[in-house]
Every structure is written in structure tokens, then in C-alpha cells.
Design a protein around this ligand. Sequence first.
Ligand SMILES: Cc1cc2nc3c(=O)[nH]c(=O)nc-3n(C[C@H](O)[C@H](O)[C@H](O)COP(=O)(O)O)c2cc1C
Length: 195
Amino acid sequence: MCGSLGSTSANRLALDLAVDRLQAGGTASVDDVPLGHVPMFSPDRADDPPAAVAHMRSLVEAADGVLLAAPEYAGGLAGGMKNALDWLVGSSSIYQRPVVVLSAGTTGGVFAIEQLVRTLSWQGALTVGTLSVNAPRTKIEPGVGFVDAETVQRIEDWADALVAAMSMSPESLLERVASVVVPFGIDPARFGDLG
Ligand SMILES: Cc1cc2nc3c(=O)[nH]c(=O)nc-3n(C[C@H](O)[C@H](O)[C@H](O)COP(=O)(O)O)c2cc1C
């Protein structure tokens, strides 16, 4: 899920790199979850969602794990991503799914990451990795993608964290999630025992 529609989006390029990594590692299929046509959330439509929302929900529900990358705008999570996630609350589509979150942006998107971790945790998603990429334009070659070796490695590790989570025992998974969410002030007890 990408929270930027920019034609040269750094967050999209990070996702592209992560997807290459997943596919090289043998992940069966990776779907893009399009957010560009998701309308503003309406509680009146939560049980009878517009087509773009129904499509988004079905892709998330079919997924074994989800990668989310979004910019930070004005000190917060890009609104399009937050809006999309709000549509998932009523359907519990992302409940108990392992997820990894990333923000690429000028100052590294730390507030966007914090909000992503919190809103995903509130929906019962299991955040197993976060990644902040600051000054992404200095790490990207136009027309190529991320070329900075350290950043490429961090994005690949980020993707690997999602794959690793998929085969963890419930105990190890919960331990992993706790290590990610506790620094954000989130009580891992909210995830139960994942049994
Ligand atoms: C409206 C707007 C607000 C922004 N606010 C922030 C911000 O609060 N913090 C930050 O680090 N970068 C901010 N930026 C810069 C973005 O992080 C940067 O443009 C980033 O590359 C956007 O992601 P994208 O390339 O995936 O579209 C802002 C950019 C825009 C267009």
C-alpha cells in the first residue's frame, strides 16, 4: 500500500525495491493495493463500501502480509493512507496480519511512522518492522530507483522482516511485535496471545 500518488514517489520506489526483493526470494505474488480512488471515509458506507474500498479490502484480506509506505505531510501521516486505513476498521481486514511500515521523506517521516504503527495496532495489525528513510532524493537515481547501498540494504532487510514474520510461532511473532510497538508506547497486550 503506497500513500503517495507522486509520479516519482520515493515511497513508491522503496516499495518497488521491496517487491523485487520479495519476488527474488520466492514470494508467490505481490499485489498493489490502489488507494488513488478510495473516497473519504463515511461511516454510513462502512458496511456497503464503494467499489474501490471493496477492492482494497479484498486484497488486504487475501494477503499473508502487508507492506505500507507513506510520506509525512505537515508533520503527520499522509491523509490518503490514513483515510484508506479508516475504511479497514469496520471490516477488520488487516486484523492479525503482519505488516511493515516505512516512510521516505525529507526528515525521515518519523511522525508518519508513529501514526502508522498506532493506527495499525488499533486495528489489530501486527507491525513487525519500521523504516525511516530521510533525504530520499539524495539516495535515488532518477529513472533507476534507490541506489545508495546502505539504503537499499535497509529496504531489503525491511522486506525480509515481513517474510520472516510469516513463519514465526505465535510467541515469537508477539515478541517481535512487542519490540516494535512498545517504543511507541503501545501495550502489546492488545494483541492477545495470537493463539
Ligand atoms: C504537502 C507536503 C508536506 C510535506 N511535509 C513534510 C513533513 O512534514 N515532513 C517531512 O519530512 N517531509 C515533508 N514533505 C516532504 C516529503 O517528505 C517529500 O516530498 C517526500 O518525498 C514525499 O514522498 P513521495 O516522494 O513518496 O511522494 C512534505 C511534502 C509535501 C508535498
